[in-house]
Design a protein around this ligand. Sequence first.
Ligand SMILES: C[S@@+](CC[C@H](N)C(=O)[O-])C[C@H]1O[C@@H](n2cnc3c(N)ncnc32)[C@H](O)[C@@H]1O
Length: 285
Amino acid sequence: MGAHDNKDHSEGRSLDIAAHILEFMGGRSSLHWGYWDDPDAVSKVTLQDYAEAGDQFTKRLVEAIPAGVETVLDIGCGTGELSARLVEKGYAVRALNPSRAQCEIARRKLPPGTRVHACTFEDFQWDGDAPVDCAIFSESFQYVDIPAAMEKLSKIAKYVVIMDYHKNAPDALQGGGYDREVFDGSYKESGFRIDDYTDVTRNMKPNYIFKNAYYNDLMIPIAETILIRMRQDMPLVNFFFGGLVRRKFLKIDRFRMKAERSADPENVVRWITYTLIVLANEKLA
Ligand SMILES: C[S@@+](CC[C@H](N)C(=O)[O-])C[C@H]1O[C@@H](n2cnc3c(N)ncnc32)[C@H](O)[C@@H]1O
């Protein structure tokens, strides 16, 4: 582990679980929404399709890296899918991620000597001799403190590539997302200009088809099976703790709500805007 190793600040335990499941099932684990070239032609998304859409997302992101870039900092690197692709393409890569579990998986995919720092971007200290050519946020921008991140990036990165989403309204029924207003107020102030801004929301639509099947066909049946077993085999435990297990541990009502919200893929377009943004540092680029 590198000098920047830190405590695991990641709140994304569900992402760690998703990473382990996806690695076990298919040997790769992009932890983002995926990207579909022809989203309106998609009516079903299997795990295999989802993994391929993850690769398409990574491909689209790599295509956006400005010409001349040689060194890359993969911020919030997940399990290293993007970093591994970048290494393959000849970039010199450094990665960071507060989740120790994800860092461990990433290290297994990357050549020995590739530095994967187990820390948040907020805690990360750039110690390179020169600024990094390009910092990349692959659906990880929504997790950082944006004004502080832009300020830090203005000192260490020539370009910044961001692929992530913001909500279209505060009451949109999709969780997460970066704050668009805070971003708009920060990047210029920190000395960046926008070189490219592409709306890729429609290419993300089939994510809801996958999500809907994930809740309806996997998570809800698993939770229901556990509840039935608990009622049959542990009636006393069920009597005293059944409600708690159902709500806090199995989260079955939450799964039902998520299944309902993802039932119509057009909701993606209604609720979020997924953007691919390339920023250039006016002082360094
Ligand atoms: C949605 S996942 C995307 C992972 C990966 N970039 C990908 O595209 O598969 C978000 C990632 O951001 C990381 N993250 C969360 N908070 C962070 C922070 N403050 N600084 C850097 N990364 C963070 C998470 O641990 C996770 O790996």
